[in-house]
Write a protein that binds this ligand. Structure first.
Ligand code: IPM
Ligand code: MN
Length: 375
């Protein structure tokens, strides 16, 4: 029997409840398809941080880097200032493991209600490939008060006075700034991944940028996109400004196959994507490094107000689990999990409140696990 070791970080809020269901379903798939999982639990998250002051250590990250895939619940807690845990654990892991692809399928399952009128599962079935290690997420920025002399402030002051005759130091009490940076290699590799993926799907790649305004950064993105695209003559392409694509997601979702996007725009448009596929409770994601350590999670947050109530929808996490075992090479078992989710939904008897039902988190996990074992 194949034996897998999978590190699991349940995290905060509803994380432990939804991860328990994800594990249950993967274990059921293992029973059916002949593999066994040893789960290695990690405590990282708010409680651990408040008790020990540690977010996640280099040593732990090194240890985790021995595994091909990590299963993550959700990170974030109202007792800790916003950003501390998210940046200190989630983003740290994405960057440390160089998980440059954030793969977010936008797929409406049959029987799921979408707020988009007259669209069905045939119309809403695309994948967002979000760049995951660059752009405005690199974490370089700061605040500067009037009179403070920082290098960047100097540069900015010079540029501003040259361009607009403004003196930022005397005209503003304080400024906040954040740098967005993309590299040729970083852009190219994620765009290539998107084209390779489209080759296995409907052979169309849509690029997202804002090259009309943020031209230094996203004009560069578009150039790279064009260079990569030239190597894939059988794949068609289009360009979308990020504001416009939010409109097309709603109006014509059937146009899309693979959508490749810089990090921050990808963050924004995938919440919209989640909504058109039925809500955050149904949206999985994978942070992927094809040759290193990947990490799978629902795209929703830790929903602290529902913590411990056994109430929220575990499907996003279960689906992320299916993506995880596909990454490990268990394609058949992964497909079976998605099909069991689909059957649970079509049957309609065991649903959480967000889908109009009255069942609990664990009821839904039980139902999906049972279908894998019995059907
Ligand atoms: C996401 C989340 C994260 C992000 C936050 C929690 C850091 O919103 O995975 O989409 O911005 O990437
Ligand atoms: Mn997000």
């Amino acid at each position: 029997m194949t034996q897998y070791k999978i590190p699991v970080l349940p995290g905060d809020g509803i994380g432990p409840e939804i991860i328990a269901e994800g594990r249950k379903v993967i274990d059921a798939a293992g029973e059916r398809f002949g593999f066994d999982v040893e789960w290695i639990e990690y405590p990282h998250g708010a409680d651990h941080y408040l008790e020990t002051g540690e977010l996640i250590s280099e040593e732990t990250l090194k240890e985790l880097s021995r595994y091909p895939a990590i299963y993550l619940g959700s990170i974030g807690d109202p007792r800790v200032a916003p950003g501390i845990l998210e940046k200190g654990i989630l983003l740290t892991a994405r960057f440390y493991f160089d998980q440059y692809i954030n793969l977010r399928p936008i797929k409406l399952l049959d029987g799921v209600w979408t707020p988009i009128k007259d669209k069905t599962s045939k119309d809403i079935d695309f994948v967002v490939v979000r760049e995951n290690t660059e752009d405005f997420y690199i974490g370089i920025g700061g605040r500067a008060k009037k009179g403070e002399s920082k290098d960047l402030l100097e540069v900015r002051r010079t540029l501003y006075s040259a361009k607009f005759g403004l003196d930022i130091e005397t005209d503003s009490e304080e400024i906040g700034y954040q740098i967005g940076l993309i590299s040729k290699e970083g852009t190219r590799r994620v765009i290539e991944y998107a084209f390779d993926l489209a080759g296995k799907r409907k052979k169309h790649v849509s690029s997202v940028d804002k090259a009309n305004v943020l031209s230094d950064i996203y004009g560069f993105w578009r150039e790279e996109f064009n260079e990569v695209s030239a190597k894939y003559p059988d794949i068609t392409t289009d360009f979308n400004f990020v504001d416009a694509i939010t409109m097309w997601f709603v109006k014509n979702p059937e146009w899309f196959d693979v959508v490749v996007t810089p990090n921050m725009f990808g963050d924004i448009i995938t919440d919209l994507g989640a909504m058109i596929q039925g809500g955050l409770g149904l949206a999985p994601g994978g942070n992927i490094n094809p040759t290193g350590t990947s990490m799978f999670e629902p795209i929703h947050g830790s929903a602290p107000k529902y913590k411990g109530q056994n109430k929220v929808n575990p499907i996003a996490t279960i689906w992320a689990g299916a993506m995880l075992i596909e990454q490990l090479g268990e394609k058949e078992a992964s497909d079976m999990i998605v099909s069991a989710i689909q059957k649970n939904i079509l049957d309609g008897k065991v649903r959480t409140y967000d889908m109009g039902g009255r069942s609990s988190t664990s009821d839904v996990g039980d139902d999906i696990a049972r279908r894998i074992k019995e059907e």
